[in-house]
Design a protein around this ligand. Structure first.
Ligand SMILES: Nc1nc2c(ncn2[C@@H]2O[C@H](COP(=O)(O)OP(=O)(O)OP(=O)(O)O)[C@@H](O)[C@H]2O)c(=O)[nH]1
Ligand SMILES: [Mg+2]
Length: 165
């Protein structure tokens, strides 16, 4: 029987959460699209192994959807914080992490420093220093990054099950 684990994607509007889901679930080569804010939530599913799938739950990042996040996060095995990589966006993401500190307490949290293709992007190591959680660089609109993105999620979940073993 297939087991589903829940992975919540969190982060400001425009950070690239929907694009990340598309990168991981959609084989179409065109990932860059006009921005359509996610209203409430959206989701996608990826296969982890023969018996496990992960449901990626995106929480719409525009500030008027923030009140939904605490509920959407419940029951997640892991939270992936997606941020744009310019300094102001990273500071905003840091604030979000502080704001949701209680909900995130005890959960595995990783961050993605997205849009590394844009000039003025901070390096993932510097983003990690500010956010205080393991941080990985990504260009979610680039289909060549599919395997990288997939590995981030799978490795994060594997670490969790190793810890539990
Ligand atoms: N240059 C560049 N643009 C990107 C990248 N990832 C996403 N984008 C673009 O950024 C915009 C916002 O991406 P979305 O994935 O819709 O952002 P979101 O986090 O889902 O936003 P909300 O649903 O409002 O929370 C889109 O126009 C994407 O094409 C990237 O790595 N590089
Ligand atoms: Mg979205």
């Amino acid at each position: 029987m297939t087991q589903y684990v829940k992975v919540a994607l969190m982060g400001s509007g425009y950070a690239g959460k929907s694009t990340l889901i598309k990168l991981l679930t959609d084989s179409s080569p065109k990932l860059e699209v006009n921005y359509q804010p996610t209203a409430g939530m959206s989701c996608g599913t990826i296969t982890i192994d023969g018996s496990t799938k992960a449901s990626l739950i995106e929480m719409g990042g525009q500030s008027h959807f923030e009140f939904l996040w605490a509920d959407f996060m419940k029951g997640s095995k892991m939270v992936v914080v997606v941020t744009e990589s310019y300094p102001k966006a990273v500071l905003k993401t840091r604030q979000l992490l502080m704001k949701f500190k209680n909900q995130l307490d005890g959960m595995k949290v990783i961050a993605i420093a997205n849009k590394q293709d844009l000039p003025g992007s901070m390096r993932p190591e510097s983003v990690q220093d500010l956010l205080g959680v393991p941080t990985f660089g990504l260009v979610a609109i680039d289909p060549k990054e599919r395997l990288n993105g997939y590995k981030l999620i799978v490795d994060g979940l594997k670490e969790l099950s190793n810890m539990a073993a």
